[in-house]
Design a binder for this molecule. Structure first.
Ligand code: SAM
Length: 207
């Protein structure tokens, strides 16, 4: 059930995106979101980086099945060292990716990744969030179950990969501190995950 909702959250705002010419996907894993994006934006040029050759192979396999006219460039890279070209992309996509990093890593890397956006570029963000207990539909037990699930997931990733995190970082606060604000927010899919489209505050304020 939770897996279905994770996927629904991944796709939640894809149809709100304008026409995209250039997109940067960060850690898209097996490429389910990349595939859904390419079906909607068949002419977009995409750079997709991941540190896992297996995940990149899976992405390539999904895209090979599509009739996509844009260029797709797969790059094996550690995002921590990755410096994308500045002001080059209309869109950055990050789904269940930022939670792979520590707060310190995000403070150092997030501004560098976001600098790759053109001034009116968008960040398509999907990730876990801590359910708000003030929301009447979430009981304290529900919140506790979420924190347990998240802990187990992080333990699993830590054992299976070099995943350094054990807790959820204040990812949305860090995005906002980097000068971005949400312009679309998906609600009511699952209180434990969120999908938002962000844009630079400077651009959003422009008349
Ligand atoms: C939790 S998975 C999420 C995958 C996908 N975005 C999704 O929606 O399910 C995290 C992905 O980020 C990649 N990843 C984690 N740390 C990375 C790093 N430092 N550099 C590049 N890719 C990384 C992993 O290989 C994996 O494909």
């Amino acid at each position: 059930m939770f897996g279905v909702r994770l996927h629904q959250t991944r796709l939640a705002l894809l149809d709100q995106l304008p026409s995209i010419q250039t997109a940067l996907f960060l850690g898209d894993g097996d490429g389910r979101l990349l595939e859904a994006f390419c079906k909607r934006q068949p002419h977009a040029d995409v750079t997709s980086i991941d540190q896992s050759p297996k995940m990149l192979a899976s992405q390539r396999c999904r895209i090979d099945r599509l009739s996509h006219s844009g260029q797709i460039h797969f790059e094996l890279a550690n995002a921590i060292d990755y410096k994308p070209p500045e002001q080059s992309f209309d869109l950055i996509v990050s789904a269940y990716f930022l939670d792979c990093f520590t707060e310190q890593q995000l403070r150092e890397s997030l501004p560098r990744w976001l600098a790759a956006l053109k001034p009116d570029g968008k960040l398509y963000y999907v990730d876990f969030c801590v359910p708000d207990v003030r929301n009447e539909t979430i009981t304290r037990t529900g919140r506790f179950r979420f924190q347990l699930l998240l802990y187990l997931m992080h333990r699993f990733f830590a054992a299976a990969t070099a995943h350094p995190t054990r807790t959820l970082q204040p990812m949305e606060l860090l995005i906002e501190s980097a000068g971005f604000q949400p312009i679309h927010v998906a609600t009511e899919i699952d209180p434990m995950c969120t999908c938002k489209i962000y844009q630079s505050k400077k651009t959003a304020l422009r008349p």
